[in-house]
Ligand binder design. Structure first.
Ligand code: DON
Length: 564
């Protein structure tokens, strides 16, 4: 029998178009005209959009989303942690808020070292001594007092309801809660709502009555609903019973701080990001400077040459982080110098296309980087033209694993972000020294990089992600994806990421980022690789050429952008 192939052409074309269409990320690109919220959980994004639709501005929505995430995304959303926000008002004014945790006042430099000067295993990571004084509630109150437009009580209402009535777990959340059950049981009794007698399943209802009562107290008394009164009493009781060192004074004295953001430049775009005590803004601006100087846009995206050049830039930037950066209230941080043209003039000049520079002599094998994406970021734009980029965390997944008895919220393990011993790597493999040594009331150095990008002085992008040390490099590569590789916001978020942080001397790469030929030729040059399943959970928004908002929410998680 003979086939006439011409009859196959049309079906083949239809199948090909369908295939191309389904491979193209634009099919899930979320577009909107008025406002948008991109966050790690559908319910939190919905809470934010509802506030925007009801006439609230981006700041009202941000505060509501932050509280909602403390309910529906307990592994990172929080009232027991801290974070940073970078904003841009509709008149172009930019600013930032630092609500990072502080070391309890009686903290001391060697508190995690034994009598032989060795680091106690896990003391900075697990349990009561791992926590800094939470900053999130004070931060949200400050943000709302300054920029909010709708009643504080209305902003708290959705999270009180979600915690009191419960919400359905996603599949990823059920798996995550099951995986942490053992550690939660070690540090809490089985009464806490995050622990279920049987295994959690998708769509199970998570009800958090104690958390709901705490949120109610915050709704009624704002800051005092957390830092004094019943919540503070419960917190101090929890600390006393678990050998923690928080005092009531520490809670009363906590205050978030308005700071000048870091402002840099990339090919006529303004980069507005977080300054110390986050390293994010300085490091990001340095990386972009390197990318511009070395014209990395000449190389094919994620090709051998591109990965080589980018990781050479990244490793040089992380070397500065370890040496110079810490809490600006405790030391002189040379922020301006570190991003000045003069300082950066020669920083990247030793990079060549054909040679890999080895990182300084390190004791290989001692440094492990945990695979965790357990901070959370959200981006919001409103119909008035305001934008806010906010990253918040309890550090590791479910923080210190301690839930405050009777108050229903998890405490952070942010103390691990300090340099607990010079040269000793934290859970992200980051090392440090004097600048980030522990002192009472000091803020620990962070990598969180909530960022806003302007093009010709107009809002272009709102970006950020969790990922510990990989936060900065993910934001860096996402900016290049849009500006140099013309990706839309969703494509830029979806694109595979890789990461180098100087120490350890290895490229951390997402599975299937590059083929074996490319990988082998990089290995021949002297690069080392470590693979992990994913890097980043980005939540970004772009204002495209037609003035529409484009959402870019990370499908590596349950993240979703909702607009209207
Ligand atoms: O502030 C920091 O840099 C870290 N505590 C962030 C932690 C984080 O992103 C966790 N997820 N990987």
């Amino acid at each position: 029998m003979q086939y006439n192939f011409k009859y196959l052409i049309i079906p083949i074309m239809i199948i090909s178009i369908f295939f191309l269409y389904s491979c193209n990320n634009t099919d899930k690109l979320v577009l909107a005209d008025n406002g948008m919220v991109s966050s790690a959980h559908p319910l939190a994004s919905q809470v934010g959009v509802d506030i925007l639709k009801d006439g609230g501005n981006a700041f009202d929505a941000a505060v509501a989303v932050h509280f909602a995430l403390s309910v529906v995304y307990p592994n990172a959303g929080n009232i027991g942690g801290g974070g940073f926000a970078v904003y841009r008002l509709n008149d172009g004014t930019v600013g930032s808020l630092d609500f990072r945790e502080k070391a309890p006042s009686s903290s001391s430099r060697n508190m995690y070292l034994d009598e032989n000067n060795e680091v106690y295993k896990n003391k900075s990571k697990l349990g009561h001594l791992a926590s800094g004084i939470p900053g999130s509630v004070d931060g949200m109150v400050k943000l709302h007092d300054k920029f909010g437009s709708i009643d504080w009580k209305l902003i708290l209402e959705p999270s009180i309801k979600l915690s009191n009535d419960g919400f359905q777990l996603t599949k990823k959340q059920a798996i995550s809660l099951n995986s942490v059950k053992e550690s939660l049981l070690k540090l809490n009794d089985s009464k806490i709502s995050l622990i279920n007698d049987t295994k959690w399943k998708e769509n199970d209802l998570l009800i958090q009555k104690n958390l709901s009562k705490t949120l109610k107290r915050i709704q009624i008394s704002k800051r005092d609903g957390f830092y004094s009164g019943k919540t503070a009493e419960l917190l101090i009781k929890e600390m006393n019973e678990g050998n923690g060192i928080f005092t009531l004074e520490d809670l009363k004295n906590y205050s978030s701080i308005w700071r000048k953001p870091i402002i840099g430049n990339y090919k006529n775009h303004n980069i507005i990001s977080m300054g110390p005590p986050s390293s994010g803004g300085i490091a990001l601006v340095q990386m972009l400077n390197g990318a511009e100087k070395l014209n990395v846009n000449n190389y094919e995206h994620n090709s051998k040459d591109y990965i080589h050049m980018i990781t050479e830039i990244e490793s040089r930037v992380y070397a500065d982080r370890a040496t110079y950066l810490g809490d600006p209230d405790f030391l002189e941080v040379p922020s301006k110098t570190l991003i000045s043209n003069k300082y950066l003039e020669n920083k990247f000049s030793s990079i060549t296309l054909n040679n890999k520079t080895p990182s300084s002599d390190i004791k290989e094998g001692k440094i492990e980087i945990n695979e965790t994406e357990e901070t959370t970021h959200f981006s919001i734009v409103d119909k008035f033209g305001n934008a806010i980029s906010l990253t918040t965390t309890i550090n590791g997944s479910y923080g210190s694993k301690v839930v405050v008895d009777g108050a229903g919220f998890l405490l952070n393990n942010e103390m691990d972000d300090f340099s607990i011993k010079p040269g000793f790597p934290n859970m992200f493999g980051l090392t440090g020294g004097e600048a980030n040594a522990i002192e009472g009331n000091k803020r620990m150095l962070s990598s969180m990089s909530p960022t806003i990008v302007e093009k010709e002085d107009e809002l272009l992008m709102v970006l950020g992600t969790p990922g510990g040390s990989t936060i900065i490099t993910s934001v860096f590569q996402t900016i290049l994806n849009v500006i140099d590789y013309n990706m839309n916001m969703q494509e830029a978020v979806d694109a595979k990421k890789f990461h180098h942080q100087w120490l350890p001397d290895a490229i951390i790469i997402e599975e299937n980022t590059i083929n074996n030929n490319i990988k082998n030729s990089l290995i021949e040059m002297g690069h080392n690789f470590k693979e992990r399943s994913s890097i980043g959970r980005m939540d970004c928004i772009l204002v495209n050429e037609s003035g529409k908002f484009e959402g870019g929410s990370d499908k590596r998680g349950d993240n979703i952008a909702i607009g209207y």
